[in-house]
Design a protein. Sequence first.
Length: 426
Amino acid sequence: MKVGHCQPQPIRESSPEYDPLLLSADVQMGAHKRVEKNPAVLIVDDEPESLALLHRTLRSRHTVVEATSGPEGLGCLDRHPVKVIVADQRMPGMTGIAFLAQAARRFPQTQRILITAYTEVEGLIEAINAARVFGYVTKPWHPDELLRIVERAAQTCRLLERNSRLVRDLMEKNRRLQESLEETKRLEADKIRAERWAALGRLAGMVAHDLKNPLTAIQIQAGLLKEGEVPESLQERSIQSILDQVARMRHRVEELLLFGKPRDTLHTARPYPIPALIRSLDEAFRDRFRELDIRLEWRLGYTGSCWIQSGQIYRVLENLIQNAIDALQNGGEILVATEEVEPREVVIRVADSGSGIPREFQSSLFQPFATWNKPAGTGLGLAIVKKIVEEHGGRVWQEPHLLRGACFHLTLPREPPEGEDAHPQG
């Protein structure tokens, strides 16, 4: 039989060269189940009879490419993509192991099968190490055995190719994902910069708005006093108005400075009695409560000291009480309560009988510039409360309690941090 070298051999099951007696019944039954695209197999053998037998065995399921030597087989691999190589070990010039070793280096995904004689078993270790063979068949081989090992080798090659494609696809997706992440980071950085500029613009507008009115009032009162247009009986009132407006401006400036400046509160705090703090607040708000028909109740379940900076905590409670006043349009009730909740912790609650806080505002209560129902508010009050309380090692939250309106809870330490000495606060 004349064999065409390096040419793919078409499948012709009706060919007179096809000998069904060589195949068992189970192989014949599976012959019609073609693997997609008939994976190509390169067979390399220097003996024409052996090459023809290999061809007849494999052509029922595979496209067969033939070569009669190792160098010729390497040339075939350059021209024809194959999934499996079947090579005889004993060939002149280049052994099967040497050929398969070169094929493995140049075409690593192809699967390699060695045909060897029983007397050449000692060369299998070399084949495994050098050629990384998928398997071997010993002479005399059976068609069923050869078909099974070639089928498994073709399946392995398909899996490797599929895995390689998946890896390439994954790497490409990772590359695109990395590009998307970098773009997202860039957009986030742009957004943060834009938000900072917007926040700065809001802050500038707020400062301008808050200082403009007091400055206008001061300018008017000072102008009247300078021109002598204020009766002597009202001059003291005008002067007091100017001082009140200056105090208002100073309050706004201090509020901004307090919000923006980090503090090491825990290490500068001192023990301070809660009743003294309460007395100061009562004196400051007593007349206003009477004027607005608001009933204030102090419910002091804890009357000891807390480890605080008294001025800052006074500011916290002042802000919370002022918020409670703003929530009461036509009089009402405000409750300030203290309670020991942990051996080292005290909770202070400020509640009002107002309408409460709308649900849509509750998630942004303590964020800077968040405000509701207060056209003249800066939106920094609760943000400052949260900052000061957390700098004291406490926490603050809003949850209705006792009265039907809003209730702000804040915790404060009773004792200094570990290793801190207690000194009276001056």
